[in-house]
Design a protein around this ligand. Structure first.
Ligand code: BGC
Length: 767
């Protein structure tokens, strides 16, 4: 075993050209990463911890083909694989958590090529580079490790939670926030992030609804692709970008009872048309990796599900990157009652298509024996190893194994985050033009989230720091400098103490307007944070009622990681703004909306139920044989439908018009409505196009399906014709066996402000 490795900085240009020839999919070019210098630049870690950067793998004067960036990637993989022992191959499929003690604890393992990846890289790039040095310099073949981290909605600069970002209905904005997060992550030594989460979620009890883009597959697909483009850039080895990971494949969001990790049963038409499309879009955008989920799907755990992992992902979609299991999901095949022991867990997962095992150790401990006995064939192992090496080579890790500093313009990040907060907020109610608030006067800012920092960040906040969060109180103080602002928490987020109510009521009584800052703590959403109620936790509703009883107008700002069922609060508030968990710029972005500096333009991407008994409730439900009646004890209609959101002006829609009453298979249909801003201010309307297919032999289609949207900005009094063009091919759906089926028949289209409005107009797709 030799390990003499000669390093030298070689031509950057050569490597960029060499690396530029490979991609996992059809990722579109986007703007350069957000990296710049200047006074406001934040260098994320001390330069000393960084290696010189590019290295020449040439050893002993001989450059083997796998070490030569001029050799095409598949040739490099073939050459390297031929040199690898069985143990080194298995090692590539093993991922462990990085810890302070890793260099000492794992030195022998890494040096023997017994591990391929670590997760949790970000907090310590110096440690990351020390570990990498063992792999690159002390192992026989010098295969670099790949370091992963959960950068979900920002790394140091924390943006709104993904559900909030989706409410901006702006894939370009998501792409920019993800590009910024990628630059910050890459600068701290992260090669690979476990994002985007593209699980469709129809049940707000499930805490991980916060991490995705809501309930709609069409919008979810747009967001998945935008997120991948933002994270990865246009080339897999682009500096300042990271490899993406589509998760959690698949069906994880359909957990029974909304309980995280619970079993899912999803019929094939729904799997194909609702849960799979965002993953497919992410694969088509070039995502380097996919994460297999924890849940059992239709009787087979997702991390041993050959149908989804191989048949759909590989055979149908031609995915070329690698699949990593979720945390211990391979070992958990035993808990699922699917595998009898670790050996079976390794066998089932690898054969199904899980290439890398996260944290549990079934692969390293059992694959040698399984291979010896012929239970797992050598080529199954090699296929998985190839996929891992492909991602490492494509990312340029062999040439740039060490973290290199990326300077990030933190001021630009803060202003992007502030913009994102304002655009993610959804105005749910605004009686008699309560908002925007007049500049002067007195404000009583009441509620446990008035001056809170930590809970603004939401779940998964990376390296975000509480002290960098702008509270609502601070945001309001800056925006309403002439106003007298009295802040009273009144109660805490989840407790039962009402002793602060009197102070809150007194402050409300003396103010012109009350701003109630209410909601959920951040730990109420995210992983393993399901709820059995969708109310405001603790005594917050009682606090709200006490304050509202003063008769002062109450503007309620809701902070949460999920839709809430709060009809009473909505009823008795003069205005309601859904702010989600908005990240570090919370106070500034919300104040921009409340003051009218920015107009609200967010729209819900997940239905707000009226009560928890309605759950799951989503706009794109299937038609039924008989009419669904109201519940005996309540209405069927949700509190707010998908697509809903108000502005500071008023938009009127003319009737939906079609370019023709019928089209043929090669035809195009133009769907138009006249939009008028007949309110007092300029505003942005998110104009939505919905479709209905009345009959489909592959299974009924939903009563409405989103097929397009446009953000239209109109001045007061301005009118515009808003048109969408639909190709006949867009009228189809996925058959249970994965064929895109376009059947002739009767359809309807409507241009509307949300999923529950507008009068659809029929048309025919001819034979
Ligand atoms: C979560 C994933 C996450 C992984 C690594 C798991 O528990 O389900 O979403 O990426 O941990 O931290």
């Amino acid at each position: 075993m030799h390990c003499i490795r000669k390093r030298s900085v070689i031509s950057l240009l050569t490597l960029f050209i060499a690396g530029a020839s490979f991609s996992f999919g059809a990722g579109a070019d986007i703007q350069a990463p957000v990296v710049s210098g200047g006074d406001s630049a934040l260098v994320l870690a001390h330069p000393e911890i960084y290696h010189a950067g590019w290295i020449d793998l040439n050893r002993n004067g001989v450059r083997d083909p796998y070490e030569d960036p001029a050799v095409p990637i598949e040739g490099r993989i073939n050459d390297l694989l031929a040199r690898m022992t069985r143990e080194e191959r298995i090692g590539q499929l093993y991922q462990l958590q990085m810890k302070e003690e890793t260099p000492a604890r794992d030195a022998a393992l890494i040096g023997a090529g017994g591990i391929g990846s670590y997760l949790g890289a970000a907090p310590a790039p110096g440690l990351r580079n020390r570990i990498q040095r063992i792999a690159v310099e002390d192992s026989r073949l010098g295969i670099p490790l790949i370091f992963g981290f959960d950068t979900i909605h920002g790394f140091r600069t924390v943006f709104p939670i993904p559900l909030a970002l989706s409410c901006a209905w702006a894939p370009d904005l998501l792409e920019r926030t993800q590009a910024f997060a990628a630059a910050e992550s890459a600068g701290a030594g992260v090669d690979w992030v476990f994002a985007p989460m593209v699980d469709i979620a129809r049940d707000p009890r499930w805490g991980r609804i916060a991490e995705g883009s809501g309930e709609d597959p069409w919008l979810g697909a747009k967001m998945a692709a935008a997120s991948v483009r933002g994270l990865q850039g246009s080339q897999p080895d682009q500096a300042g970008r990271v490899a993406a990971c589509l998760k959690h494949y698949v069906g994880y969001g359909a957990a029974e009872g909304g309980s995280d990790y619970n079993t899912t049963e999803i019929g094939l038409p729904t799997l194909r048309n609702i849960y799979l499309p965002p993953f497919r879009a992410g694969v088509e955008a070039g995502a380097a990796t996919v994460m297999s989920a924890f849940n059992c799907l239709n009787g087979v755990p997702a991390s041993a599900n050959r149908f989804t992992l191989t048949h759909v992902l590989r055979d149908e979609w031609r995915f070329g990157g690698f699949v990593v299991s979720d945390w211990s999901a391979v070992g958990e095949l035993i808990h699922h009652g699917y595998a009898a022991d670790k050996a079976q867990a390794a066998e089932f997962a690898l054969r199904a298509g899980v290439d890398m095992e996260m944290v549990s150790d079934c692969y390293p401990s059992c694959l040698p024996g399984l291979l010896e006995k012929g239970i797992v064939a050598g080529d199954v192992l090699d296929t998985a190893v190839r996929r891992v090496l492909r991602v490492k080579l494509a990312r340029g890790l062999f040439e740039r194994p060490y973290a290199t500093a990326v300077s990030v313009d933190s001021a630009a990040g803060a202003s992007l985050a502030r913009e994102a907060v304002a655009r993610a907020c959804v105005l749910l109610k605004n009686d008699r033009g309560t908002l925007p608030l007049a500049k002067a006067g007195s404000i009583a800012l009441i509620g446990p989230l008035a001056a809170d920092r930590h809970n603004l960040l939401g779940c998964w906040y990376g390296l975000g720091r509480d002290e960098d969060a702008v509270t609502l109180q601070e945001g309001l103080a800056a925006a309403f400098s002439g106003a007298r602002i009295t802040t009273v928490a009144g109660c805490d987020l989840t407790g039962g103490d009402r002793s602060g109510f009197d102070g809150a009521v007194a402050a409300a009584g003396q103010a012109d307007v009350v701003i109630a800052a209410l909601g959920e703590p951040s730990i109420y959403s995210g992983e393993n944070s399901s709820r059995s109620s969708l109310d405001l936790p603790g005594v917050q509703t009682d606090l709200f009622k006490a304050v509202a009883a003063t008769g002062k107008p109450v503007v309620t700002v809701l902070f949460a990681g999920r839709p809430l069922a709060v009809p009473e609060v909505v009823e008795r508030s003069a205005a309601v703004l859904m702010a989600w968990h908005p990240g570090l710029q919370a106070g500034n972005g919300i104040a921009d909306i409340l003051s009218g500096k920015a107009g609200p333009s967010g729209r819900l991407t997940a239905t707000f139920p009226r009560s928890i008994g309605q759950v799951p409730v989503h706009y794109n439900h299937l038609p039924t044989g008989r009419t669904l009646h109201p519940y005996r004890d309540g209405p069927r209609a949700p509190l707010f439908p998908f697509g809903y959101g108000l502005t500071y002006t008023h938009f009127s829609y003319g009737p939906t018009r079609l370019s023709a009453p019928s089209i043929d298979r090669a035809g195009m249909l133009t769907v138009t409505a006249t939009l008028t801003n007949d309110g007092p201010r300029a505003g942005i309307e998110v104009v939505q196009l919905y479709l209905r297919a009345y009959a489909c032999s592959a299974g009924p289609r939903p009563v409405r399906e989103l097929k397009g949207f446009q953000r239209v900005c109109l001045a007061p009094g301005e009118t515009r014709e808003v048109s969408f063009t639909l190709a006949a091919n867009e009228l189809g759906c996925w058959s249970p066996d994965g064929v895109w089926l376009v059947e002739p028949g009767r359809f309807a289209a409507v241009v509307a402000p949300d999923s529950a409005s507008g009068a659809p107009v029929d048309f025919v797709l001819e034979r």
